[in-house]
Design a protein around this ligand. Sequence first.
Ligand code: FAD
Length: 192
Amino acid sequence: MNVLVVYSHPNPKSFNHAVLETITAGLKEAGHAVKVHDLYAEPFKATLDGTDFGQIMGGTTPPDIQKEQDLVSWAEGLVFIYPVWWFGLPAALKGWIDRVLLQGFAFAITPEGLKGLLKHKKALVVNTTGGPEDSYDAGKAKEIYIRPMTDGTLRFCGIPDVQHKTFFAVPSVPPEVRETMLAEARQLGKAF
Ligand code: FAD
């Protein structure tokens, strides 16, 4: 498959970057063609603003959005890698979604209701957290950050097979646990 990896972390020495490298390696080992969009290394305007609205309402897609939509259309599979920030997405990625997954491209409003337009076979969302898994379970808090992306965005836009993986408490677990996480990330890429 052609696989687009959308990656959102500002630090090239972060654990998320190591996850990016290992998943990408796994995807390539599995024979996929991979393109990575690193939203901090290649910044993309993250605010859907009045200028955008004016152009879009006038029937013109801003050129930087068109370029991203072409990239999304190239892909048959999508992978998203990012840390959980404030129980959600980093603003750079949220803005990418706001501006790229536009009505008419990613979804349509029809007389029968909302219809997803993305034709990707599958998607994978990989998150890291600061908090440990038991605190998320105790607070029934996993849904808060998982479902806006898996259900509210990707399944909503028509992608039937959406997998999700969280690596919990990455700053505080022992180094050997992080190594196990990276081995798991490689397998996620290989199995995609
Ligand atoms: P890093 O801090 O980069 O790294 C973690 C550890 O991994 C470090 O010890 C590092 O040395 C080590 N490491 C780096 N590279 C490698 C490698 N190649 N191999 C092995 N080890 C390596 N957390 C929550 O749970 N919920 C929240 O709502 C939340 N909100 C946040 C909001 C903001 C604005 C911020 C900045 C953080 C928030 N956090 C939250 C914490 C955040 O989710 C975690 O800090 C983040 O997920 C950790 O991932 P990282 O890539 O930044 O880790």
